[in-house]
Design a protein around this ligand. Structure first.
Ligand code: PMP
Length: 337
């Protein structure tokens, strides 16, 4: 019989699939890593199990304890799943720009959700960082994993995501592209891939080039943290979970381009993914433009599009922000007109 002993054993080992349509005209091979196939639905499953199990090993949380975390949703889902398996309660603090669907998923796992305003400074007591800091001191037995400072976040990607990409491409990838939120994905995966390819011959591609994708306005690409709408990526502060020496390059992507590509991935590649995935693919195609046939670009797609049906995939929402230009192309939802 082939089965896993627990849902947590199904985390990781996500597949790579080649992009065939949105890459028209490009010579390089562009492969996407489907993190939405993790059991909690995102790349965050990897960091959640690593952070909570290390905390338990160090005695920072015990069965019956409470996990408190500021999270844009995916980390919450992942922690809620791990917490359920390990016997912890959960309280999550989310900014109000996070979709209702994502919040409902957290509640479905039995977690408590506290919503905070997006339009306040990061150091304000009302910010999602400020509120979670207060809750962790008020709730007895509470533990805040803090994905923005916890070294086990990047470490989980160093131990799993990086080796998987190297193994599945048989050491042939030349470029790795990922969006930057906490920076854990790019820091851990990028560090592993750089190390393992550091002495690879130039003829075989040399050192793997690590490219971060960032929303226009975020600090990683030189912005000040101006609000953008793509969720899960970009920052207005520099967190410890991000090591800026790992990426060779950061590419800024507008919300408009990220969302347009997110919709194309569903319609042209059959990949229903979130806005940060579209953003990463925009950056990857920009990189791939200058590359020849021997190049292999791997792009990490962090989550599914299901949490964004009322936003990126909703024509009225897109038009309200001026994203969806009126064209002759039929829009989603126009089928019956
Ligand atoms: N995309 C989404 C949807 C996310 O939730 C996150 C995590 N914040 C990221 C991308 C970025 O990943 P990381 O935090 O590892 O930089």
């Amino acid at each position: 019989m082939k089965y896993a002993n627990s849902v947590l054993d199904l985390i990781g080992n996500t597949p790579l699939v080649k992009l065939n349509k949105v890459t028209a005209g490009l010579e390089a091979t562009v492969l996407v890593k489907l993190e939405y196939l993790n059991p909690g639905g995102s790349a965050k499953d990897r960091i959640a199990v690593k952070m909570l199990d290390e905390a338990a090993r160090e005695g920072k949380i015990k069965p019956g304890g409470t996990v408190v975390e500021p999270t844009s949703g995916n980390t919450g889902v992942a922690m809620a799943m791990v917490a359920q398996q390990r016997g912890y309660k959960c309280v999550f603090v989310v900014p109000d720009k996070v979709g209702v669907d994502k919040r409902a998923v957290l509640a479905a796992y039995g977690a408590e959700v506290v919503v905070t305003p997006t339009a306040v400074a990061a150091d304000s007591p009302q910010s999602y960082y400020g509120v979670s800091d207060r809750l962790v001191t008020e709730i007895p037995g509470a533990y805040k994993p803090d994905q923005f400072s916890n070294p086990n976040g990047p470490l989980s990607h160093y131990e799993t995501t990086g080796p998987e990409v190297w193994r599945d491409t048989e050491g042939k990838l030349t470029h790795f592209v990922a969006g930057v939120g906490t920076g854990g994905t790019i820091t851990g995966t990028g560090r592993f891939l750089r190390e393992v390819s550091a002495h690879r011959a130039e003829a075989d591609g040399g050192e793997v080039q690590i490219i971060g994708a960032d929303p226009e306005g975020s600090v990683y690409s030189g912005g000040t943290g101006r609000p953008y709408l793509v969720e899960g990526v970009g920052e207005d502060i520099w967190p410890d979970s991000y090591d800026p020496s790992v990426p060779h390059k950061i590419i800024a992507v507008s919300d408009n381009d990220a969302f347009a590509m997110t919709r194309r991935l569903a319609r042209e590649e059959g990949l229903l993914v979130g806005g940060s995935s579209g953003m990463a693919v925009v950056a990857a195609l920009e990189v791939a433009k200058g590359l020849g046939a021997g190049s292999v670009v791997v792009v990490l797609l962090p989550d599914s599009g299901r949490g964004y049906l009322g936003k990126i995939f909703d024509d009225a929402w897109m038009q309200s922000y001026g994203f969806l230009k009126v064209t002759d192309e039929p829009a989603i939802g126009d089928v019956l007109k």
